[in-house]
Design a protein around this ligand. Structure first.
Ligand code: ADP
Ligand code: MG
Length: 484
């Protein structure tokens, strides 16, 4: 995919690398036993460690480490059996320790990659540089009192993963595809809920521009962007700003910027800090983190099937086309629903019903797949009724509508409404005779060569049988009688 900005001095290419902060799903914090539950009363989930009382000692949470390793495995990345925690020193009112415990030189996860899919089914690999664990900070509340600010430390010490990409992204759409894919993988793994609007996943967006074939130029980092749409917008706007600067003979300064979606601009937050500004050093309260290959292997063996593998399997096992398979695996709940419907049945028919009638019913009723008005089992039973000839495909749509409205089983609806397909050739022949008698003129036209009228007769006979006749038998009967 190419995204080119045409300037007055020629064409510019954009270069983007993303740093994603993803909150780890765990009951307790990275170095304390305090709860991580969302939405608690301010400061009700704060241990002495999180409040940084003197003399408190951090103790690593094994489950958080497991989650980081699972994520690394899901990103096809190298797992480092030895890693280390460092102190990143800075002062801010939401950080009582005066430093954040993070991993700097020795992260737990090294190089990996994510495959993204672009319009038209083209795929690309985006490199992952590293994944490390770190603590989240607290939250300042500025809107509770006219003259004072408060601090809520519930989030202080919650475990985050920072997932850093290589500067491999070349278009806003690629950044969007990367974030969607990353979120999908995290959700499948159950290591982060990926809810950007609740702040459990947020992105720092590094942007630079260059002429094709040139080395990279200076980048700017746009901090804490909290939706995929905003990330894409911020890239577009920031790249245009940089092109303008270069083309007017200026220099882009390396700095940290803020995206203001309301005004459609990015603006300076602060000049870019360097690693040495943070006075990183190994946290003396924590031993190096050493994990065993055997433990990693165990975690790997227990990983769920991930979206790429599931998609390939759906294509192969159920004959689902590439595009549809992507739609089905986008959310695990949809994939599970589909598989319950498809198992032991016609996979292509299953995918048409799930992505067609079912999705539109969900849309119409404002439901999600989790509280679908029609269960996967019920939809499967309905497909069985089509397969064994009890109902035809057209009647099936009416049955399905009825299932959406009443929640009754397909058998009950077919029984109650007398929708059973008519396969009795005596009944079908009688209907054909009646229609031919009623439209003697059309029969004459047909017999004098107007073949196209055949469809008209089929329609009439179906109507006569209230849509219940077996279409193949109707065809046979009509052919026999009209051509007689
Ligand atoms: P820091 O730790 O100072 O933020 P890193 O070297 O770790 O710097 O890079 C952070 C992010 O910036 C990475 O996602 C990387 O891909 C991206 N990046 C590095 N150089 C460039 C560049 N010239 N243009 C765009 N993004 C870049
Ligand atoms: Mg950074």
């Amino acid at each position: 995919m190419s995204y080119i900005i045409e300037g007055k001095t020629g064409s510019w290419e954009i270069v983007v690398g993303l740093e994603v902060h993803a909150q780890i799903i765990s009951h307790s914090k990275l170095f304390s036993g305090a709860s991580t539950k969302f939405g608690g009363e301010p400061n009700s989930q704060v241990s002495l460690v999180d409040a940084a009382f003197p003399g408190m000692l951090p103790v690593i949470n094994r489950e958080c480490v497991a989650q980081a390793v699972r994520t690394g495995l899901g990103l096809n990345a190298r797992i480092n059996l030895q890693s280390r925690f460092d102190r990143k020193n800075y002062f801010y009112a939401d950080l009582p320790q005066g430093y954040q415990i993070s991993q700097f030189e020795h992260p737990i996860v090294g190089e990996g990659s994510i495959e993204i899919e672009l319009a038209g089914g083209e795929t690309r690999q985006i490199g992952i540089t590293r994944l490390h664990m770190e603590q989240d900070a607290g939250k300042l509340l500025h809107d509770q009192d006219p003259t004072r600010s408060f601090v809520d430390l519930n989030r202080s010490g919650v475990a985050l993963m920072e997932i850093v990409s290589e500067p491999d992204i070349r278009a806003p759409e690629e950044a969007g595809a990367y974030l969607r894919k990353l979120r999908q993988i995290l959700r499948y793994l159950g290591t982060c809920d990926g809810n950007m609007d609740e702040g459990s996943m947020r992105a720092d967006v590094n942007v630079s521009v260059r002429k094709a074939g040139e080395p990279f130029r200076t980048r700017c980092e746009i901090k804490n962007v909290n939706s995929i749409r905003f990330v894409m917008q911020a890239i577009e706007i920031e790249a245009a700003r940089q092109v303008e600067i270069w083309e007017n003979g200026g220099e882009v300064d390396q700095e940290t910027r803020l995206f203001d979606p309301g005004r459609g601009e990015t603006r300076t937050m602060r000049s870019k800090e360097d690693a040495h500004d943070y006075r990183y050093f190994p946290d003396p309260d924590l031993l190096p983190l050493v994990i065993e290959q055997e433990w990693v292997d165990g975690l790997k063996a227990a990983l769920p099937e991930l979206p790429d593998a599931k998609r390939a399997r759906f294509q192969q096992q159920y004959g689902v086309p590439f595009y549809d398979a992507g739609v089905l695996v986008a959310e695990q709940s949809v994939a599970d629903f589909f598989e319950t419907v498809a198992k032991g049945r016609d996979g292509k028919l299953a995918v048409t019903w799930v992505t067609g009638e079912l999705f539109s019913a969900l849309n119409r009723t404002g439901r999600t797949i989790e509280n679908s008005p029609v269960s996967a089992d019920a939809l499967g039973k309905m497909l069985d009724l089509i397969a064994d000839g009890t109902i035809n495909g057209k009647i099936a749509k009416d049955v399905f509508e009825d299932m959406v409205e009443t929640g009754e089983s397909p058998d009950a609806i077919v029984e109650k409404k007398g929708l059973k397909q008519v396969t009795d050739t005596g009944v079908i022949d009688a209907a054909v005779d009646a229609i031919m008698a009623k439209h003697a003129d059309k029969v004459a036209e047909y017999r004098s060569g107007k073949d196209k009228l055949f469809g008209f007769f089929v329609g009439q006979v179906m109507k006569e049988t209230k849509g219940k006749a077996n279409p193949a038998l109707v065809n046979d009967a009509l052919k026999a009688k009209l051509d007689a």
